[in-house]
Design a protein. Structure first.
Length: 456
């Protein structure tokens, strides 16, 4: 259930209708409340008060119609600017960055503010009564509309500043980097984190029944990207029905419809209830989400860097900024506990076998394409080695060090073949030796062989 709620909230955050709709609903409630107060309080008593609108019905109607017309016009202009910004971001940084721009709360609030002021002004306009029998001017409501209009000017100024700064490469990269850090904090908390799987009680692990026989495969209901998996629901089901579930995909993978998604042991326990519960635990959609996919934010930074390194753009500084963000996030990840593939219940019985993410896999996703596309660029290769040295200083396990050493070796061996200047190769060598110093004595035989080729 919590996964479904998180998924729904992620979808709402990436929409342009949720926050504006909520603000319009608030405007409707405020207009009803202020009009009710206006009808309750003696209007003659209100007139002498400073700041309360003193005009008659005609003046109030003109004022409210002017505010409503101007606000809906500005809302249209704001929407047009937003669409242009999305188009510019898609062409400059990649289409996968559009979701990050659409999740921007500031833009959603700006759109909602203008539409809400328009709705409020229209509702207050209809509350004015100028018939022959009586005259009613909702003075408090008109005063609030004036204050909203003045506030709308401030919102417009904020929007212009916000849009101009949001499309700057440094701010885009910083925003994606924050998304990556948040994903790391959520998916890989430190000791005592709630998302960490339960440890195996000493001596309590038992061999699950039925593993010596073929399991029952459960196919995917549709084709698309696996966006989220409700691990808690699957764990409860496995405990209650004494099952072992092997998940063949993890969030971020592309799933073909009718292909095996989960294997259930024992196979004869996969009745209709089990199949339905397992299918409900998987969310498959048209695009990847950062909800449970830490590599999605990594791929976004990599895409920006690779585009910046393309011959048509040739912007190494943007690529270097991406490498810096990736290095900082991976250094953060190196100090976290990555959940293992096997997950046990509180009694030590194996319940789930996941296609678990690994530190080496994330390192490869972060650096492979940048290394390949920036092979002939000395600044990119040097910054990659500097980032690897920073990560290596925080590495906790030999597996982490091996993954970092492998990347450093490939950068060194690849760049020394294409860099024509001896000075550039010497600078690269110095940074490579920084990586070796940070890694210490932890190295694989293949890495040691490559290291022997470094000039002494």
């Amino acid at each position: 259930m919590r996964t479904r709620l998180s998924y729904a909230w992620e979808q709402l955050r990436a929409s342009y209708w949720f926050i504006p709709t909520a603000m319009v609903a608030i405007a409707v409630a405020v207009s009803a409340a202020s009009a009710s107060v206006d009808r309750t309080i003696d209007q003659v008593w209100l007139q002498p008060l400073a700041g309360i609108y003193p005009g008659g019905p005609a003046e109030a109607s003109t004022l409210l119609s002017t505010i409503a017309g101007s606000m809906i016009t500005v809302a249209g202009v704001t929407f047009s600017i937003t669409i242009v910004t999305l188009s510019l971001a898609s062409s400059q940084f990649g289409p996968r960055l559009l979701r990050s721009f659409m999740r921007d709360t500031g833009t959603q609030v700006v759109l909602g503010a203008f539409v809400a002021i328009f709705v409020y002004s229209i509702l207050v306009f209809h509350a004015i009564d100028s018939t022959d029998s009586r005259t009613f001017v909702p003075r408090i409501s008109v005063t609030i509309a004036l204050l909203m209009a003045v506030g709308g000017l401030g919102v417009l100024i904020y929007f212009i500043h916000h849009v101009s700064s949001s499309i700057q490469a440094e701010n885009v990269i910083a925003s994606v980097g924050r998304d990556l850090d948040q994903a790391i904090d959520a998916l890989f908390p430190g000791e005592g984190g709630t998302a960490r799987p339960a440890p195996v009680p000493p001596g309590a692990a038992s061999a699950p029944r039925g593993l010596d026989r073929p399991g029952h495969p459960i196919p995917a209901a549709q084709t698309g990207y696996l966006q989220a998996v409700d691990d808690d629901a699957l764990m409860k089901l496995a405990r209650r029905r004494d099952l072992v579930l092997r998940l063949l995909y993890r969030p971020g993978d592309f799933v073909v419809g009718d292909s095996d998604l989960v294997i259930v042991w024992p196979g004869d326990a996969a009745d209709e209830e089990v199949i339905n519960r397992i299918e409900e635990a998987f969310i498959i959609g048209a695009a990847r989400l950062r909800l449970q996919d830490v590599e999605f934010a990594v791929d976004q930074l990599v895409e920006i860097a690779v585009r910046a390194l393309s011959p048509g753009i040739n912007d190494p500084f943007t690529a270097i900024s991406c490498v810096d963000r990736l290095g900082g996030s991976l250094a953060r990840l190196a100090e976290r506990d990555i959940p293992p593939a096997h997950r046990y219940d509180e009694h030590g019985s194996l319940r789930m076998i996941n296609d678990a993410v690994t530190f080496a896999g994330i390192v490869d996703a972060a650096f492979n394409q940048i290394r390949q596309n920036g092979r002939s660029s000395a600044p990119i290769s040097m910054r990659l080695l500097e980032s690897i040295a920073i990560i290596a200083a925080r590495a906790q396990t030999s597996e982490q060090r091996d993954a970092l050493r492998r990347q450093a070796d490939m950068i060194w061996s690849g760049c020394t073949e294409v860099l024509p200047m001896e000075e550039d190769r010497e600078d690269l060598e110095r940074r490579y030796r920084l990586v070796l110093a940070a890694l210490g004595k932890h190295s694989s035989p293949v890495s040691a062989t490559l290291a022997d080729s470094v000039p002494q």
